[in-house]
Design a protein around this ligand. Structure first.
Ligand code: RP5
Length: 154
């Protein structure tokens, strides 16, 4: 993620990966403030053993696109809700990649962070049968948790 301030949102991705027993690393890498760190990480990610990158950033959110430019790994971008423009700036910065360098862009905020983790899990599950089972079970639990009829708030 681009900043410590993104962690509140991106922790939802981390929690979802943990629920699926997927190992991950959470790092702060700013495209603007730590460009050398961005280059080192992005260029070395595949050799370090990473399989999928989830990049969350807000405002002029260059992190996902710049990361994708420097790695062949799949990159999923999470637009973090910004204070001034509510994340529409983040979304447009991430989603409008020119043809040739893809970033799979998720929803703004918590939903995007959770879904980025689920999408990463779905990609990894293509090569990991045990994970595929855990992902199926996660979805079954989600389905079971939805009441058929609404209740008044207690
Ligand atoms: C972006 O700027 C970060 O991804 C963050 O969402 C936003 C604001 O960062 P801070 O000023 O809170 O560090 O680079």
């Amino acid at each position: 993620m681009g900043s410590q301030s993104d962690w509140e949102t991106m922790k939802n991705a981390a929690d979802t990966l943990e629920a699926l027993d997927i190992s991950y690393e959470a790092r702060i890498i700013s495209a603007h403030r730590t460009p050398d760190r961005l280059v080192r990480f992005s260029k070395g990610a595949r050799d370090e053993g990473f399989k999928v990158i989830i990049a969350g950033a807000g405002g002029a959110a260059h992190l996902p696109g710049m990361t994708a430019a420097m790695t062949p790994l799949p990159v999923f971008g999470v637009p973090v809700q910004s204070r001034t423009l509510s994340g529409k700036d983040s979304l447009l910065s991430i989603v409008q990649m020119p043809a040739g360098i893809p970033v799979g862009t998720l929803a703004i905020g918590k939903a995007g962070a959770v879904n980025a983790a689920l999408l990463a899990a779905a990609v990894l599950a293509l090569m990991d049968d045990d994970l595929a089972v855990r992902l199926d079970e996660w979805r079954e639990r989600q389905t079971d948790s939805v009441a058929e009829y609404p209740m008044d708030e207690i």
